[in-house]
Design a protein around this ligand. Structure first.
Ligand SMILES: CSC[C@H]1O[C@@H](n2cnc3c(O)ncnc32)[C@H](O)[C@@H]1O
Ligand SMILES: [Zn+2]
Length: 439
């Protein structure tokens, strides 16, 4: 039989496709054409079935789907380490919101998002669900580096350099969505900041827009005990119950943090098939608490992983989040079997994609899906031997092991180096803004 021409053949020692579950393929190849995965098959068969324009050999590597960062504020990378050791509300009110009111501009968001996109791609992240002011500036940065983005049409009930009021936030966000309509990497979601910063009137408008435009809703919920108590005092309802009354709960809602949930909250989220972005590092660092991940998974909710912003994490690194999520779940449940490696990887890939409604497109290495792929080296003597590649990925490797990354079949990282931007430019951006923020 004549071999079929393809653009790319990736031959790897190990491939963890994520679907089917708990599977590690050895000495397999991924055939890619026109940005999509065409086949996943043993290397010998691939060599006889396909003739590739380019073949990439990864003899000491584990290959996975690109990671999906389900919650981020990319531009906040410029505030990495600006304010540590504070609880959420003091951190926002005393440090972050004052800094944002002085500095958050189109240029700040574009530059911060460039740094963030570079860090994420170098760490194997190929999709980022973001929430920030000036989403069009984030789109510009992500598109330049080739990172897939779902950008928030943000709404918060206070004025900023970006917008004057809720209607203005929505108008500007929708304009950005129109402007980026033709870019295959960039999508939008509605992103009301949180129940404590968005009015009932705005929530009703957001719910109607989400239905009309079929957009996901991305919102911080139940992050602190104080948020829940304040809501009961002000609205007579816990935030999840209030969102349900306002018609906001549904399969397209991604609730971020979801730490302080009682059984009734979980039941409401489960009935409406909401998704959750679990952010273990940010929740620990701000001392918010630990999300009840085991209960959420028991009720079949899609639980993906998020880094949150670099001002509260302070990295944008899903390898770290996978490990934190796995360790925290074991600690929380006193069950060493809780959240094993394959499950942590599925949360960082396919479950994040499902939360975004993109699981037909990304999240696993399967024929028909976009070729969003990360390769990690397992050849450092400090990190050997390796008996179980999935366990290695979660418990041994760090971001320095990421060697190659493709988004939609386009190589974005080659031998650990970004192809679209130089370190010199990235360093220049970081130093420029560090000087401005210090003043
Ligand atoms: C309106 S743009 C997003 C807004 O969210 C702030 N933010 C960053 N991290 C968190 C968090 O963990 N909880 C609540 N709000 C957060 C960010 O500073 C922007 O103002
Ligand atoms: Zn956040």
């Amino acid at each position: 039989m004549t071999p079929t021409p393809v653009d790319l053949l990736i031959e790897a020692r190990w491939i963890i496709p994520v679907k089917p579950d708990n599977t590690t393929l050895e000495h397999h190849a991924i055939a890619v054409h026109d940005g999509r995965i065409v086949a996943v098959l043993p290397i010998n068969e691939a060599r006889s079935r396909f003739v590739a324009t380019k073949t990439v050999s990864l003899p000491d590597h584990v290959v996975t789907p690109g990671f999906v960062n389900l919650h981020c504020h990319a531009a906040m990378t410029l505030m990495r380490g600006l304010a540590d050791d504070l609880p959420l509300m003091r951190w926002l009110q005393e440090a972050i919101w004052p800094a944002e009111s002085r500095h958050a501009s189109h240029a700040f968001v574009r530059d911060g998002s460039l740094l963030a996109a570079a860090e994420m791609l170098r760490g194997g992240i190929t999709t980022c669900n973001d929430m920030y002011f000036f989403p069009e500036a984030t789109a510009e940065a992500f598109a330049r580096l080739g990172l897939r983005g779902v950008l928030g049409i943000t709404v918060i009930e206070f004025p900023s350099q970006y917008a004057a009021d809720a209607d203005d936030y929505l108008r500007k966000g929708l304009e950005a969505r129109d402007a980026w309509r033709d870019n295959p990497l960039i999508r939008f979601a509605l992103a009301p900041h949180a129940p404590y910063t968005v009015s009932n009137k705005s929530f009703e408008r957001i719910g109607a827009l989400a239905d009309e435009l079929e957009l996901p809703i991305h919102i911080h919920i139940h992050e602190t005990a104080g948020e829940v108590a304040d809501s009961v005092r002000e609205f007579g309802q816990r935030p999840v119950a209030r969102l349900e009354s306002l018609g906001l709960l549904g399969p397209s809602l991604i609730g971020v943090h979801a730490v302080h949930l009682d059984t009734e909250d979980i039941e409401r989220l489960a009935i409406h098939q909401c998704a959750i972005a679990h952010c273990p590092t940010s929740n620990m660092k701000l001392a918010s608490g630990a999300a009840p991940v085991a209960s959420l998974l028991d009720r079949q909710l899609a639980v993906g992983l998020g880094s949150d912003g670099a001002a509260s994490n302070n990295r944008l690194d899903l390898l770290r989040e996978m490990r934190q999520a796995s360790l925290l779940a074991k600690l929380q449940t006193s069950d060493a079997a809780a959240l094993p490696a394959h499950q942590a990887l599925r949360m960082a890939t396919l479950d994040g994609a499902r939360a975004l409604g993109l699981d037909a497109e990304i999240g696993s290495i399967e024929p028909g899906k976009a070729a969003d792929i990360a390769a990690l080296r397992i050849d450092d003597p400090d990190e050997l031997p390796c008996y179980h590649p999935a366990s290695h990925l979660i418990h041994v490797l760090d971001r320095r092991a990421v060697s190659d990354v493709w988004v939609g079949g386009q190589r974005r990282v080659k031998h650990g180096k970004l192809l679209q931007i130089t370190n010199t430019e990235l360093l220049g951006i970081a130093r420029l803004w560090q000087n401005k923020l210090r003043q």
